[in-house]
Design a protein around this ligand. Sequence first.
Ligand SMILES: Nc1ncnc2c1ncn2[C@@H]1O[C@H](COP(=O)(O)OP(=O)(O)O)[C@@H](O)[C@H]1O
Ligand SMILES: [Mg+2]
Length: 414
Amino acid sequence: MFPLNDKESIFKEYMDKRVPLIKNKKILQSSYIPEQLPHREKQINDIVEIVAPSLIKDKPSNILIIGKTGTGKTAVVKYIGKELKKADEYEENCSFVYINCEVVDTPYGILYNIGNQIIKDETRSIPFTGWSLDRVFGELTKYIDDENKVYIIVLDEIDRSFQKNGDDIFYFLTTINELLEKSKVSIIGISNNPKFTDFLDPKIKSRLGEEKIIFPPYNTVQLEDILKDRSFEAFTEGTLSEGVISYCAALSAQDMGDARRALDLLRIAADIAERNNDKIITEAHVKFAKNKIELDAVSEIVRTLTPQSKTVLMSIIINTENNNPIMNTGDVFTTYKQISEILESSTLTQRRVAGLISELDMLGIIHARVKSFGRAGRTREIELNTKDVIDMLKSDALFKKLTTYKNIKQTTLM
Ligand SMILES: Nc1ncnc2c1ncn2[C@@H]1O[C@H](COP(=O)(O)OP(=O)(O)O)[C@@H](O)[C@H]1O
Ligand SMILES: [Mg+2]
């Protein structure tokens, strides 16, 4: 029997054993905005110079910020927003609005969110649904003008909105100034994709990109500085064994200079160590963390594949497991047809299947090299890039029916 009179928590043993390696987990999370952003001084200064006139009610130029994921774009812009609010506390000459277009991804949603952040008079608020886009835009424009202020509107992940909705929203927001008499609106667009503006209407393109700021990837030394700052706040002293920070930095510099990746590595390594009851975090924990991150990424890709793509991938797996690790499109197609038959699903043409193979290649789960065979024409050598996908696909509900999997083995590849 459980000793009920000894009223100590049943979690006591766990709590006693636990050594808190991380003083403050929040600091290692990517949503945390640190006070210091090393190696972004130039970008911060450039943006500050552009937006500063808003403090005296002059309209800043629109800015387009371009840089790969994890290069500090969001952190820098949010940091500047915070500082701008502080500097403007008494005058209230400007208002800083942040929208993430990955989360809010319709034109109505974007305008509704802007309204939601700036409109203080409840009788004038924009309803969640129900109005026409023109009406929302009209009311928002009126409200903005009545306030007699400068509005800086940040559209983060702006290319996401464009992919889904085209450039209507940018048209609205960049032409709004022509309708305003007292207030002014400036846009800061942030994008991971430098090519995204190529698809915009030329007029909108030139308006959005009045000023362009580039965020280059971080190198190893810069990532080390970033991690050192963050870990100094996050960990108790002596928790990190020597070399851990450089190792995380080196791995992430190889991997596109992504500070988010570097922080993820460190945070997950710390989690693993903590769960293991280890007293210090070592490179071995970082290696585990790296594997975990990669596995999670692959599983996310696999999870979101269409049934047809999954079937193509399954065909590649079956060939791999049948002593045909380097196959051509024809091999994949033969197996694919057999699986489709068993699953009673529709069969795409070999050309479409070749297209899906290229997609899987772009997603990085397979390798498809074009191999030239002189007069015989071109063919491809296809190979699985990671064995991780094998178990994931085999446990996918789509292939439950594939119990005759062994039959495919015998018929296809002899
Ligand atoms: N210079 C820096 N100093 C400290 N932390 C940084 C720096 N640059 C990026 N980070 C951190 O890295 C993570 C990713 O940065 P983020 O601004 O979200 O990148 P992006 O928006 O470019 O994808 C965040 O946790 C952020 O705080
Ligand atoms: Mg971002």
